[in-house]
Design a protein around this ligand. Structure first.
Ligand code: SAM
Length: 411
C-alpha cells in the first residue's frame, strides 16, 4: 500500500482533506507490495491487538472486543502480503477460543472495497465476526460506536492524509455519548497515523504566493483535524519544516490528551533511516498498561523495520549488511541499557526508591519506542552488580522497586 507522501498532492488538497480514493486504489502501484514504513505499523498492530483484546476482554460482556479500522484499504497487497485488515483477522482467529474480536473495516475506494469485501467474506466463512463497510469513515462512525457500546474498543485510524476531525476523535470516539459504562469508557484506545507530509504540505500553503482554488478549504480541513487554527501560528513561528512537524504533532497530541484525559505514546515512522518522517503513529490510551504494551510492541516492530531495510541477499557481494545485522542489534541494545541505567541513576538522585511502573517516561527517556522491558531489567541488574541498588532485577519488570544501596549518596 502506498504511503501518503508518494501518493499525490491531491491527497491533502482535496476539499475534505482526505485522499481522493480511487487513485490510491488496488490498481495503483502503491498497493502492489509493502514498504518499510508499513512494516513498522503492521508489526505494531500485530504485536498490540492480541494482548489488548486478551487483557481488556476479561472485563467485557461475552469477551467481546470491538476493533475499528476506519481507513482499511484493500485488506491485502497485490502480492498477497496482509494489510491491516488481513493482519487483524489473523489476530481475531488467534484469540477466537477465548475472545470475540468484532471487526469493522471501513473503506471508501471502490476497488479496494471489493477486495476488502472478499477478505471479510472469507473470514465470516471461518466464523469470525467481520464487517466491511463502504464509504467515508465519518459516515460509519456513529453506527460502529453504537455497536461498541459497553465493549472495549480499539480504533486504528490510518488515512493517507488528514483523518477524522478533532471533534470526532475526542467527542465521538472518546466522548461519553457512545462510550458510556465503566468498561467501555475506560477501554477505548486509538492508534492514529498523524501525517507529517500533510503538515509540511498544508503548512507550506500558509506562505505560498501561489493562489490555489483549494487553498482556503485545505487550510480549514487542517483546522478541523487539529481542533483549531493554533497550528498555523506554530507553523509560521517554526524555523523549518522539521521543527514545524515536531511542534504541531506534539501540540496535537497534547490537545487530544487534555481533551480526553488519556496518556499518549508516539513513534516516528520513516521509509528509510535517512528519510524525513512520513508520519507519527500515536497511541492514545487511558490505561497505563496500554502505554507499556505499546512500548513493547513498538520496540519489537522497530527490529522488523530495520530488518526490512536490508538489501536482498546477493552472492556477488563480499560484504553485506545482512552479515552484521545481529551484531548491530546487540550494540544498539547495549547503548539503550546504558541510557536507561543513567536515567535510573538520575531518578535515584531525586528519590530514595520508586517502582518502575510509576516512572516509565523518565526511565525510558531517549529510548522510548526503541528499547523495551528486557532492557530495563538489564540496566537494573547492572546497577545491582555495581552495588548501586538493592534491587536485583528479578521478577516482573514493572513491579520492580528500585532503591539506592546503603552508602549511595544523593546529591
Ligand atoms: C493508508 S491506506 C490504508 C492502509 C491500511 N490501513 C493498511 O494498513 O493496510 C488509506 C485508505 O483509506 C481510504 N480512504 C481515504 N479516505 C477515506 C475516508 N474518508 N473514509 C474511508 N476510507 C478512506 C483510501 O482509499 C485508502 O485505501
Amino acid at each position: 500500500m502506498g504511503e501518503p507522501d508518494e501518493v499525490c498532492d491531491d491527497a491533502v488538497l482535496d476539499l475534505s482533506g482526505e485522499s481522493v480514493g480511487e487513485e490510491h486504489d488496488s490498481s495503483s502501484p502503491f498497493f502492489v507490495s509493502k514498504k518499510a514504513a508499513a512494516v513498522l505499523k503492521h508489526e505494531i498492530l500485530k504485536q498490540y491487538v492480541v494482548p489488548f483484546a486478551s487483557k481488556v476482554g476479561r472485563y467485557a460482556p461475552d469477551g467481546r472486543v470491538v476493533y475499528l479500522d476506519s481507513y482499511a484499504g484493500p485488506g491485502r497487497y497485490e502480492d498477497g502480503t496482509p494489510g491491516s485488515p488481513a493482519l487483524i483477522l489473523e489476530s481475531a482467529a488467534r484469540v477466537a477460543a477465548f475472545r470475540q474480536l468484532d471487526c469493522y473495516f471501513v473503506e471508501r475506494g471502490r476497488k479496494s472495497f471489493r477486495s476488502l469485501s472478499q477478505l471479510v467474506t472469507e473470514a465470516q466463512e471461518l466464523g469470525l465476526a467481520a464487517h466491511a463497510l463502504q464509504g467515508r469513515a465519518e459516515r460509519h462512525l456513529d453506527s460502529v460506536l453504537n455497536r461498541a457500546e459497553g465493549a472495549p474498543l480499539f480504533a486504528f485510524l490510518d488515512p493517507f492524509g488528514l483523518g477524522l476531525s478533532f471533534d470526532a476523535l475526542t467527542r465521538q470516539i472518546f466522548g461519553t455519548r457512545n462510550r458510556r459504562g465503566t468498561t467501555g469508557r475506560l477501554a477505548t484506545e486509538v492508534l492514529l497515523n498523524f501525517n507529517a507530509n500533510a503538515v509540511r504540505r498544508i503548512g507550506g500553503l500558509l506562505t505560498s504566493k501561489k493562489d490555489s482554488r483549494n487553498k482556503p478549504a485545505t487550510l480549514s480541513a487542517m483546522d478541523t483535524a487539529c481542533g483549531g487554527t493554533w497550528w498555523r501560528d506554530v507553523y509560521l513561528a517554526s524555523s523549518d519544516s522539521l521543527e514545524a512537524v515536531a511542534r504541531i504533532t506534539n501540540g496535537f497530541i497534547e490537545r487530544v490528551r487534555t481533551a480526553v484525559g488519556a496518556g499518549a505514546a508516539a513513534i516516528d515512522v520513516r521509509n528509510r533511516a535517512h528519510h524525513q518522517v512520513a508520519y507519527h503513529l500515536v497511541l492514545f490510551s487511558r490505561h497505563r498498561d496500554g502505554l507499556w504494551l505499546f512500548g513493547e510492541a513498538a520496540s519489537l516492530a522497530q527490529v522488523e523495520w530495520r530488518r526490512a531495510q536490508l538489501p536482498p541477499p546477493n552472492d556477488e557481494m563480499l560484504w553485506s549488511p545482512v552479515d552484521t545485522f545481529d551484531d548491530e542489534e546487540i550494540e544498539r541494545a547495549a547503548k539503550w541499557v546504558r541510557k536507561i541505567r543513567r536515567n535510573i541513576e538520575n531518578l535515584l538522585q531525586e528519590r530514595e526508591s520508586f517502582t518502575v511502573d510509576d516512572h516509565q517516561v523518565e526511565i525510558m527517556a531517549g529510548v522510548l519506542g526503541e528499547a523495551r522491558e528486557m532492557h530495563i531489567r538489564a540496566a537494573v541488574k547492572e546497577l545491582y552488580r555495581a552495588g548501586k541498588t538493592n534491587c536485583n532485577g528479578v521478577g516482573p519488570v514493572r513491579k520492580l522497586r528500585i532503591d539506592a544501596a546503603a552508602g549511595e549518596q544523593r546529591r
